[in-house]
Design a protein. Structure first.
Length: 278
């Protein structure tokens, strides 16, 4: 786990879907004050294309850059693109210089009275995280293991809270650790919104994870799964479980997700987008 660097993947198709949904959730949930965004797998928070990690795979070329060079539009999509352009200081940008992580998106979207909690265990990533957000008084950065500390962190904040769960899934038992983390915390904090990201890989471990998530019998559970069948990448799609999503979320984001999907899919064969809300 501690060898993973998100810079290799920053701005890829999974980031586009994740951050589109994250911005929607932040915008809706911050209406209820006080509000706190909790990102316990924060990584560095911001990524530059000249960094060696982004230069190696250049996954952003088949992610955010495709969106920027498309005719895609709509109020929800434009909210996401507005923040990408704001970071890059260019309204007419066609190729990014910087891609914001979830942390940076949250600082741009949230209000001055909102709170942001970030933690990261990787030494180098944590140092970058602190450096990137040292001047933002809303932000608390800690070097902690999310699996051991999340319950205490959530309980230290009041009001409306959004918790993003997006580990690397690089270690063998990470899916099981996420399941235990969610099962414990959503029962302890039944009013908190959890957004759980997971990769859709060729080994199909994600299917076992999906079934076990559904077996938890969580109320107000939204499941979004995007299969892209991208032959150029090990990751074939991306998925999300959202607990306690805002009312009518699935209906509100469906058209925008389909627009993004149409731009990013490589082929019609095997590609699909599924949205279920229970």
């Amino acid at each position: 786990m501690l060898s993973y660097r998100h810079g290799y993947h920053a701005g890829n198709f999974a980031d586009v879907f994740k951050h589109f949904l994250l911005i929607y959730l932040l915008k809706e949930l911050k209406k209820n004050k006080p509000f706190t965004f909790i990102d316990p797998f924060a990584a560095a928070g911001s990524y530059h294309i000249k960094d060696k990690f982004m230069m190696k795979n250049k996954e952003y070329l088949n992610g955010i850059n495709k969106i920027l060079n498309s005719k895609i539009s709509g109020p929800l999509i434009n909210e996401y693109l507005k923040l990408v352009k704001q970071v890059n200081k260019n309204e007419n940008i066609k190729s990014i210089e910087v891609y914001p992580g979830s942390c940076l998106f949250s600082t741009l979207e949230l209000d001055k009275e909102d709170k942001i909690y970030l933690s990261e265990l990787h030494n180098n990533e944590f140092e970058l995280l602190k450096k990137n957000f040292i001047d933002d008084k809303r932000v608390v950065c800690e070097k902690k293991d999310a699996y051991a500390s999340l319950s205490k962190v959530i309980s230290s904040y009041e009001g409306s809270r959004l918790v993003l769960i997006d580990p690397s899934y690089e270690i063998k038992n990470e899916y099981e650790k996420v399941l235990k983390l969610i099962n414990h915390n959503h029962r302890q904090f039944s009013d908190v919104c959890f957004m759980i990201w997971y990769p859709v890989l060729q080994n199909e471990k994600h299917i076992i994870f999906e079934n076990k998530m559904k077996d938890l019998n969580i109320k107000n559970l939204t499941h979004i799964k995007i299969d892209l069948k991208n032959s150029l990448m090990r990751m074939q799609g991306t998925g999300f479980f959202i607990i306690n999503s805002p009312q009518n979320m699935a209906e509100n984001v469906e058209n925008s997700l389909n627009e993004i999907f149409q731009v990013l899919k490589e082929t019609d064969e095997g590609s699909r987008i599924l949205i279920n809300q229970s």
